[in-house]
Design a protein around this ligand. Sequence first.
Ligand SMILES: NC(=O)c1ccc[n+]([C@@H]2O[C@H](COP(=O)([O-])OP(=O)(O)OC[C@H]3O[C@@H](n4cnc5c(N)ncnc54)[C@H](OP(=O)(O)O)[C@@H]3O)[C@@H](O)[C@H]2O)c1
Length: 277
Amino acid sequence: MPSLEKVGVIGVGKMGEALVSGLLRSSKYSSSDICVYDVIPDRLSYMQSKYGVQILDSVADVVSTADVITLVVKPQDLLSVIQELNKTYLKSKIILSLAAGINTAYLSKNLQKYTEIVRCMPNLACSVGEGMICVTRAQNTSQESLDRVTKILSLTGHAVQLDEKYLDAATGLSGSGPAYVYTFIEALADAGVRLGLKRDLAFTLAAQTTLGAGKLVVETGEHPAKLKDMVVTPGGTTIEGLVELEKGGLRATVIEAVSKAAERSRQLQAAASEKTS
Ligand SMILES: NC(=O)c1ccc[n+]([C@@H]2O[C@H](COP(=O)([O-])OP(=O)(O)OC[C@H]3O[C@@H](n4cnc5c(N)ncnc54)[C@H](OP(=O)(O)O)[C@@H]3O)[C@@H](O)[C@H]2O)c1
């Protein structure tokens, strides 16, 4: 197994860029170890000038240049990329799909036989090395390929291997999760502005509080309720705020939001399967 595998990224929109940025930040990867391809020429020029990565002209060029071929296009564009991939020789390569909702059975069915296929659900925080990445493999893909990809993805955050049946849940929770957290941060900051704080300061207070609270959960391993109780003093200020959150149904709303997002992930698979059946 080579110590550093060349990574090719097909589709350098928001998530493709986050992956490239995270790998380069890790300092294990340098720009010459990453190649990218996108249908939008401006995106390629942008990636070259910002990150110095190698830009390529086609899916076939990515396959001949990289060891791990990462598919970061929208689920509805995946099939056309698969068709291009099938015109190349995929033996000894690993295909890594980041597409929400598209399962490995679908990828195995549509890609050349014997292709090593890994699927993951990352999130945007990969760009700063703090991503949450859930990784799984196709039925006939080796554990070794899964481990190789997991090692690469670990450079962009916390990567866990899990059974594919949990990937829709992970999509709804950690894949979509940053959007929920940004909405919460924005709401906290709006509250600060309402109370007279300057907008920039309110954002700093809200974002750093969210970062610090999450870090405490991760580093202490404590139940969030225990940490919450450490902030809440009897008859104090925080309990007044918590009562309002409960009145607004925060918990039920969050649980429902994650469930709906997971359901949408399952629908994406159904739509993709319909297209190829
Ligand atoms: N954004 C996230 O937070 C996130 C998190 C987890 C997983 N994902 C997954 O990552 C994938 C990409 O999401 P995104 O948000 O990064 O989307 P995006 O910003 O739209 O990026 C996708 C890029 O791929 C390009 N593209 C389309 N067809 C292509 C083809 N045949 N060959 C090469 N490039 C092609 C797109 O161009 P056009 O705009 O012209 O189509 C676009 O530049 C999705 O499958 C999504 O489920 C995203």
